[in-house]
Design a binder for this molecule. Sequence first.
Ligand SMILES: [Cu+2]
Length: 337
Amino acid sequence: MLAGITLTLASLWYGKNHGLMPVEASSDAALVDGLFDTMMMIGTAIFLLVWGVLIICLFKFRRKPGDETDGPAIEGNIPLEIVWTAIPVAIVLVLGIYSFDVYNSMGGFDPDAAGDPGVQVAMLSEGGSAMPLMDAGAPKKARHNHMALGIGASPDEIGITPDVTVNVLGMQYAWIFTYPELGITSGELHLPANKNVRLNLKAQDVIHAFWLPEFRIKQDTIPGMESELRFTPTRVGDYPIICAELCGAYHGGMASRLYVQSSEDYDKWVQESMPVVENASQTAADLDKLAGSAEVGKNRSDADYLVSAAHQMGLDPQALEQLHPAMPHDSGLHASL
Ligand SMILES: [Cu+2]
């Protein structure tokens, strides 16, 4: 009994003090960590139980000197087998229900999409028309409902319009953030703290995954299909944005930063980043020149390709430069810009 109490207390303590997770920076993080901590407690208890019994047996049942006899012939034990099957079944069921509940609280189950698998599989064909894969009625519905992939509004957020909406475009090998209401395009994500945020995610070329470890959320970006993330940043600071889907040769470099700011700092950033209208035509002319000269070169560098790709997407050179803030200044990208 003493061993049982010790084992339980040790498991509970380690489940809460493992120190394996980064800081919690969103309202969802505590939910995910609650599940993770529970799994750590159960895992610790099983670890201590199995290794404890093993080590005790090593000493207790050690062969005595001079003992050449066989051990007793044991042929199974039905009650024991029932018990050690039932316990893992109960653990897996409880964890399954618990994780289902966490996913629902985070907004993983979109009621719009429930019972309508056609919406989830409807894809845009190359010609731009909706092409259903499963359900002939999907194209009509797909236009009304947004594509419900990802962590959407949580049950108590349904009907609430997000305070900030940002479009996220994943491309080889950068993230591009556009604020449709403000006309801002940026290579970094800036968000105000304690506001309801919605990200609309798209991919330009191949599948990427938008991962915010400190927020405990991750969502694939898929060509021809929209996905979303809704969350509330709860902690001012800057956090890594990581592509978590092997997307090509420079996948490892596909990183950016998320800056969670106080409302004042965020408003200041918005003011500084708003596009200046007078310079718009000048910028377009610059980009035309850059793209033109890139076409001429026979051996185009990565930077040349990036410039013409950015031109086709209507990005200005400043936004392009922001995409790789960590890049050394003598790189080809900066030279050609
Ligand atoms: Cu990627």
